[in-house]
Design a protein around this ligand. Structure first.
Ligand SMILES: [Ca+2]
Length: 483
């Protein structure tokens, strides 16, 4: 944006506008330094006792980045998400590290990429059931679940916070280890958020709140319904009544989930804790539709990201800089004034939120490994370009031939809309490299990897991706020996 963007609700985009930036810096000068407010008592030396802020980390499941009013959706009602954006910082170009549940969640919690923390597959609690459901696939489920469960060499957010005296709780989806959350730094599992806040109001607390409404099967709310005839279709789909009905159900659960977010925000308000609590909202991967979840295309990896910390982060700010969910852990640490361990692979976004020019990312990296089968892909996204590398172009993106019939059936229900795609997904053998100009072609319909005028860009991005892979000891072919 060349100009400060005034949003409909009076929100102002300050990220790239010098006069607005000055205005923000003037505002922030009175805010104090991060994590140092909330004086509760005096130390022996007479200094104010510095109490760390609480943290509520809300991580949604399969929710599309643009399915909220504050992200420009004209139909889906998300008043609580919109409120959070109005009171905090909203990122327009945030990405998950991988478009698959367990791996994305583990990446968030460790602040490290999936291939570095080891969680590159779905971690199933219900392996015996899956073995029964999908005969012929037993070995794969069991081996992968145990081989890719969170490694004990990793440290996750609640463990780090617990050491700092936080009370910690998880509510909802875990899905990153065969061990329970209590083995990983959580004091409590599934407390009522309001009750948890009330009990811990005098002590810093961390709530990891993970509703699952937007994961299939959808449990729609009877009082939030959308007319299938009137909803807008995502631009990559051809019109189809069945798809419309399914999307209307999906939008209903998005709104229902937003109500849960409202319950958490209201519980903070009711306990007088909103001012002393950092709230972060994001989603683990894109919607359960074709060309979305499980792919590196936009609706797979693009995610919503909002951070609110009253008095410390500006209200109503919109940031167009690149960001990744791997950045959330280091950002939280900076906000609570704790040094960022070297092992963390993201960057703190605090400088970006305080509009320091040049502090943003030059690129974001994403990957796929297993969802149900091994499909290693890597990509680098810049402000303008996306470069994707496929390491097994011989297999299908969503439902490979080698799947047992029952599993194929299951996957086709999880990934809806394939037959309605305006631009079909590449079929095997897929291109080894894809290059998209996101400015000219935001729907990623035209692969420019072989375009003569794009060879320099292609070579540069290929080099940047390979450098990142070297820097993070990434060797996707190593996993092939387990197939
Ligand atoms: Ca998910």
């Amino acid at each position: 944006m060349a100009d400060g963007r005034k949003e409909p609700d009076g929100l102002i985009n300050l990220s790239r506008h010098s006069s607005s930036r000055r205005e923000f810096l003037r505002l922030s000068a009175g805010l104090g330094s991060a994590g140092l407010v909330h004086a509760a008592s005096l130390t022996a030396a007479g200094e104010p006792q510095r109490r760390r802020p609480n943290i509520v980390l809300i991580f949604l499941d399969d929710q599309g980045w643009d399915l909220a009013g504050c992200y420009g959706n004209p139909v889906v009602k998300t008043p609580n998400t919109d409120r959070l954006a109005k009171e905090g910082v909203r990122f327009t170009k945030a990405f998950v590290t991988t478009p698959s549940c367990s791996a994305s969640r583990a990446s968030l919690l460790t602040g490290r990429y999936p291939h570095s923390n080891g969680v590159i597959s779905l971690i199933q609690w219900h392996v015996p059931m899956l073995k029964k459901m999908f005969p012929g696939w037993e070995k794969s489920w069991e081996e992968r679940t145990y081989r890719h469960s969170l490694r004990h060499s990793e440290t996750i957010i609640p463990q780090q916070l617990k050491r700092l005296g936080y009370k910690t709780a998880i509510s909802g989806k875990w899905h990153v280890s065969v061990e329970p959350p209590t083995a990983w730094g959580f004091d409590e599992v599934n407390p009522d958020p309001a009750e948890f806040f009330k009990r811990n109001g005098n002590n810093p607390f961390f709530l990891y709140y993970c509703p699952e409404d937007t994961h299939r099967p959808f449990r729609t709310s009877p009082d939030i319904q959308y007319d299938p005839e009137k909803i807008p279709l995502p631009p990559y789909f051809n019109d189809d009544p069945e798809l419309r009905r399914d999307l209307a159900s999906y939008y209903s659960v998005v709104s229902n989930q937003d109500r849960r977010i409202g319950t958490v925000l209201n519980a903070l308000d009711d306990n007088g804790l909103a001012e002393s609590t950092i709230v972060v909202l994001s989603s683990d991967n894109g919607p359960p539709y074709a060309r979305a979840k499980m792919t590196l295309y936009d609706w797979g990896v693009h995610t919503l990201l909002i951070m609110r910390y009253p008095g410390q982060l500006p209200a109503g700010m919109v940031v167009d800089e690149l960001a990744s969910t791997v950045d959330i852990f280091p950002t939280l640490l900076e906000l609570i004034n704790v040094p960022i361990p070297q092992e963390l692979q993201g960057i703190s976004l605090v400088s970006v939120m305080k509009t320091q020019e040049g502090a943003g990312r030059k690129e974001v990296f994403c990957e796929t490994n297993y969802h149900v089968f091994y499909n290693p892909m890597r990509c680098v996204i810049t402000d303008r370009w996306k470069y994707i590398r496929s390491f097994r172009p011989e297999i299908d993106l969503h439902i490979p031939e080698e799947c047992p019939p029952k599993l194929k059936d299951f996957l086709s229900k999880d990934i809806v809309g394939q037959k309605n795609l305006k631009v079909p997904l590449p079929v095997p053998p897929r291109p080894k490299e894809e290059l998209f100009d996101l400015e000219q072609d935001p729907l990623e319909t035209r692969n420019l990897a072989e375009h003569p005028e794009c060879q320099e860009t292609l070579a540069t991005l290929r080099q940047r991706l390979e450098q990142w892979m070297r820097d993070t000891n990434d060797n996707p072919m190593e996993e092939m020996k387990y197939l």
